[in-house]
Design a protein around this ligand. Structure first.
Ligand code: G3I
Length: 301
């Protein structure tokens, strides 16, 4: 393939980008998006604060704009994210206990129902595990409603959209470590008890090195019977950037159940990482060596 999307498709994978819908009218941006990517995810527009700014009043204009663009351009859509401790609307931040639990599950049900049939995979729960060595849950208002909040969210999402793959998504899970093992144990438990979960997203916000067991970590999750996806890939600029982008791509291709890769933005200047220049295109829209490394990896083997 001569583009990321065609080369990935030849390997049975998708290649996606996080999109800020406000940029869909910028021609440099949208030309790259349509040429190179066959999957999109909203960088912000499908989050709780955007979709339910007031309790029980839903707002889908940004998400709808992205879904329309995807449908018109042969792209699948990842949904991000139904529940997360960040970017909650103010009204939810003020709730606790059963009021918060009920509001959260209602949010999952309403949003997943609204987008039923249009979403390839939902990040049902995002970033619920703690950093560091505990391997346990992150403290949050959602966690304080009871440890079963994650499985309750997955069951509600399945009931609302039985056709969407349901993912757990997190960062700092780029090798076998305490945090990824905590998630691994949750997924194993969910599979053993019939809690619906189909995929695990590895955000992969990376620095100047890549864990040597990156691929082995993806594989151990796949061996539990879930798909895995690289969901928010970006890499610190520098002499190792292209190598790391290439290695992540090869790792995904080497894991049969790794179904696709998403980079967290299009051009360096679109990235939340700013001067890290962490993406595949420079601010003028030119391909970087990191782009060549990804394309070569997709085309080899
Ligand atoms: O929309 C307002 C705008 O009206 C206002 O003028 C401006 C002033 O700061 O803020 C705008 O909202 C910002 C929003 O991005 C849209 O640009 C928020 O302040 C800002 O916090 C928000 O940042 C997003 C961040 O998630 C929030 O936690 C980033 O764009 C987005 O890339 C980032 O994405 C996360 C994933 O969802 C989860 N994994 C980590 C990843 C990177 O942090």
């Amino acid at each position: 393939g001569t583009t990321l999307r065609t080369a990935a498709a030849e390997k049975g994978r998708y290649f996606g980008a996080a999109v800020a819908t406000g940029k869909l009218s910028t021609s440099t941006y949208v030309n790259i998006l349509n040429r190179e990517f066959n999957s999109v995810v909203a960088e912000n527009e499908m989050k709780w604060d955007a979709t339910e700014p007031q309790q029980g009043r839903f707002s889908y204009s940004g998400g709808d704009r992205l879904v329309s663009h995807a449908q018109a351009n042969g792209m699948s859509v990842r949904g991000h994210a139904l529940l997360w401790h960040q970017q909650q609307p103010g009204w939810a931040q003020g709730l606790s206990g059963s009021a918060l639990r009920n509001a959260a599950i209602n949010h999952v049900t309403q949003v997943a129902t609204y987008y039923r049939g249009k979403i390839y995979a939902w990040d049902v729960v995002n970033e619920a595990f703690a950093d560091g060595g505990s391997g346990g849950r992150r403290d949050s208002n959602l966690q304080r409603t009871g440890n079963d909040w994650i499985e309750a969210a997955f069951r509600a999402a399945r009931a609302a959209d039985p056709g969407a793959k349901l993912c757990y998504n997190d960062y700092n899970t780029d090798g076998i470590n305490a945090k990824s093992t905590g998630i691994y144990n949750m997924v194993r438990d969910f599979k053993s008890r019939g809690v619906p979960i189909d995929c695990v997203g590895f955000q992969s916000h990376l620095g100047t090195t890549l864990a040597g067991d990156y691929q082995a970590n993806l594989q151990r999750f796949a061996d539990l019977g879930v798909d895995v996806q690289i969901t928010e890939l970006d890499v610190m600029t520098g002499s190792n950037q292209a190598n790391i982008f290439g290695a992540v791509t090869r790792a995904c291709l080497a894991v049969t159940r790794c179904t696709g890769i998403t980079v967290w933005g299009v051009r360096d200047c679109d990235s939340w990482r700013g001067s890290d220049n962490a993406l595949l295109f420079d601010c003028n829209g030119n391909k970087k060596s990191a782009y060549d490394a990804v394309l070569n990896a997709l085309n080899s083997g």
